[in-house]
Write a protein that binds this ligand. Sequence first.
Ligand code: NAD
Ligand code: ZN
Length: 242
Amino acid sequence: MPNKPRLYIISGAGLSAESGISTFRDSDGLWTKYDVDRVCNALTWKRHREEVFQFYSEVQATYSECKPNRAHEILADWQKRWGKDRVILLTQNVDLLLEKAGAEEVIHLHGEVGKLQCTACAHVWESEVRSDIRCPKCDSLKGVKPAIVMFHEMAPNYIHLSRMRKHTSKHDMIIFVGSSGQVIAPASVVPPNMFGSEHVISVNLDESTDDLFGVIGVHYIGKATEVLAELERDVINQFMGE
Ligand code: NAD
Ligand code: ZN
């Protein structure tokens, strides 16, 4: 008896758009108030440390007031129904809306608001986002930064994408939701033998995506809240065995 199929969901900023959080590329609000190259740059952040903390404390304050939308709830519900070993939630989002919707395990590929990270000793901990907080392990002050993956910085949780690429078979399904594919390109994370398969799905608002290699088998154009509800009814229940 083969293993039961697994469902990998890779979400991006568009998943949280209907919760009032602006996406990166259709930017407004917070993203335009700051120079992203100063506040999200691993090569230069220490020079602009106060501004970096100011930006991420505003991000945290803004995001903490947002509520999960129906799309977060649907994904959290899938994980509750079929378990975290079969429903793997990977997100590029630093907000915690999947967790707020009840998801038990979320892999944050680009970090999380509400955590700090010490670049001197690699410790990560939950904390207020304030520039005067020292690392509880090694007492560093200037080495402490918000635990968000910046440009030019390693993303340790990308190991989960490599594992997915290695262990996923044609019986499994991969769904990209609300991601433009410009930061995480589908071609770099989907196993080659699944390119173009109907088990590789994308949901976003773009008529055309950057899918040079024909990785996406089925592309739904529409709002995450609406398309995920349709997918659940027409595809997922049957795929997961109900
Ligand atoms: P992106 O901004 O590059 O692309 C957003 C995608 O979402 C687009 O393809 C757009 O068509 C789609 N979209 C917009 N509204 C949608 C909706 N209602 N339903 C479905 N799709 C919708 O985002 P990205 O690919 O995630 O890359 C940007 C980077 O910035 C990522 O690291 C991202 O996580 C980060 N970011 C995070 C947040 C957050 O934590 N909520 C917000 C902004 C940016
Ligand atoms: Zn430290």
